[in-house]
Design a protein around this ligand. Structure first.
Ligand code: NAX
Ligand code: K
Length: 496
């Protein structure tokens, strides 16, 4: 598990720890870890040209002390000083180790022709110490111009604590920001490193332990790793039968959207569900049985559709491709009236946004799985762009407002549940931004719910497995939703 804490929490823990340690000890620990990571990226430190981008705070101080260590190992180190002040101790240490400092012009328009620009262009490695957790808002000038030069340079970039220009708490990026190949983060991860667009700027995230652990409370965000998912996955035993592995009720797809039913049922089947009890219109039942003959399918009686919904299920998946007509709404209400956990996706989310009490007043578990547009509909005065800009706060707000578990799909899938840390999924990929992949995800998570996983864990594990399956299915060419079927068992096997 990778844990992340909000900046205010990090600050508090750091001051508690600093009070017990000699002055500067934490910065030295951070700099040692940072220098080691830089050496790994460089492979050969001796003779390498390392350019530090140094802002006026302690983030720049970390870069300067790490640069000092690299200079002592034979690197040629230049520090580009950006801003009105510099960490004096760090600058002095660098100079005494043979490094040089170069002031960046104060005016953004002069940055391009400056000595600093020439150094950045000729570097073998850039170290981004412009701003860390002390940053607020988008990068100001001339930091922004320097970040743009770094982006245009060929050298790999190692970011100090977090890439400058991303919001540490939310991952929001407002204007130009550094794109790092490696981010070396200290003490704990910062939430913005796990959530897009920030996560997309961080590259490979390396953690340096500076001894903060004992001072930290529980995390505000978790990022599951393969071993965490392995612990969550249901493992069939000798005593397992189809009932113990879980029976999933599925009210998905319609005459108009038959594929949604085939995809969602397939997602559940290939995740190892014990049994799917499917209910739908006659034409869809035929399609589902053609593709997945192991489904126990029943045709809804047009005279009494609610009466013909299957009973004896451990969990429900409702909504994908089901439509918004009054019968689909009545069906959703009937399913939500059962005591089983319910995953409401797609059209079912739209119905819930019009009738929030359906979920708010429910005592059994509900999991909503909106994309950004659907989440915007769930929240008052919220546009899709607001959700995309701050995925973490948006999903947490929806979970609180509806008193249920919410999984926000998209560039970083995030799961929120009241009273628990949010979970960010690390396996997401643009490969999944195609029609029908959400239907498969509903089936995958439904299989986990039916096997008895709690909604937060089922959602997080489902997102992880689904993302991994997309990566496995991708062999250089584009993939479509049905390519996930064969990749799901491979992803499950890889996780173990
Ligand atoms: N506090 C601690 O115990 C430790 C802190 N460490 C480092 O210290 C960093 C935090 O240092 P600081 O609190 O000095 O803050 P930072 O160095 O992150 O940033 C503060 C400086 O950036 C400027 N700034 C803020 N927003 C800006 C923007 N949008 N555009 C341009 N300039 C902006 C401020 O005017 C200020 O000069 C951490 O990220 C980490 O790298 C590490 O050395 C480990 C120990
Ligand atoms: K930084």
């Amino acid at each position: 598990m990778r844990n992340a804490h909000a900046v205010a929490t990090v600050r508090k823990a750091e001051s508690a720890l600093m009070a017990r340690l000699p002055e500067g000890a934490l910065m030295q620990r951070a700099a040692a870890g940072l220098a080691a990571a830089c050496s790994r990226v460089l492979r050969r430190t001796y003779g390498a040209r390392v350019v530090l981008l140094v802002g006026s705070g302690d983030n720049g101080g970390d870069a300067l002390y790490a640069g000092t260590l690299l200079a002592r190992r034979g690197a040629s180190v230049r520090a580009v000083l950006v801003g009105s002040r510099v960490h004096e101790g760090g600058a002095a240490a660098l100079r005494s180790a043979g490094g040089r400092t170069v002031a960046a012009p104060r005016e953004a328009e002069s940055v391009g022709d400056s000595e600093a620009a020439a150094e950045i262009a000729a570097a073998d490695l850039l170290v981004d110490g412009l701003v860390g957790i002390g940053g607020s808002g988008g990068l100001r000038e001339p930091h922004s111009a320097v970040a743009a030069l770094a982006g245009a340079a060929e050298a790999p970039t190692v970011a100090v604590d977090l890439p400058s220009g991303i919001d540490a708490d939310t991952g929001t990026v407002d204007g130009p920001a550094v794109r790092a190949d490696v981010t070396v983060t200290f003490g704990t991860h910062k939430p913005g490193l796990f959530v897009d667009p920030g996560a997309g700027h961080a590259g490979v995230v390396e953690f340096v332990d500076i001894g903060l652990g004992p001072e930290l409370p529980g995390p505000s965000l978790e990022c599951l790793q393969a071993e965490d998912v392995a612990r969550l996955l249901p493992h069939p035993t000798a005593e397992s039968d189809k009932y113990r592995r879980g029976v999933l009720g599925m009210a998905v797809g319609s005459d108009r959207y038959r594929g949604a039913a085939v995809l969602a049922v397939g997602g559940a089947m290939r995740t190892g569900v014990g049994m799917v009890r499917y209910a739908g219109a006659e034409g869809v039942v035929t399609e589902v049985l053609n593709r997945w003959p192991e489904t126990v399918a029943s045709t809804l009686d047009p005279m009494d559709p609610l009466g013909s919904l299957p009973g004896r299920v451990a969990a429900w998946v409702v909504g994908p491709g089901r439509g918004l007509h009054p019968m689909a709404q009545a069906e959703l209400e009937a399913v939500l009236a059962t005591p089983q956990p319910v995953l409401a996706d797609a059209d079912a989310v739209t119905v819930v946004s019009k009738k929030p009490e359906l979920v708010r007043e429910r005592s059994a578990h509900t999991l909503l799985t909106p994309h950004a547009g659907e989440l915007a509909r769930l929240l008052p005065d919220t546009e899709r762009a607001d959700v995309e800009g701050d995925r973490l706060s948006s999903v947490a707000r929806a979970a609180d407002e509806y008193g249920c578990t919410v999984l926000l799909k998209g560039s970083t899938t995030v799961v929120a549940e009241p009273g628990h840390p949010a979970v960010a999924n690390p396996t997401g990929s643009p490969l999944l931004a195609t029609a029908g992949t959400g239907d498969v995800l509903a089936g995958v998570i439904g299989a986990f719910l039916a096997a008895g996983l709690a909604p937060r864990e089922a959602a997080a594990a489902g997102a992880y497995v689904h993302g991994l399956a997309a990566r496995i299915a991708h062999d250089g060419a584009a993939i479509s939703a049905s390519d996930l079927f064969d990749a799901l068992p491979l992803a499950l096997a890889e996780i173990g």
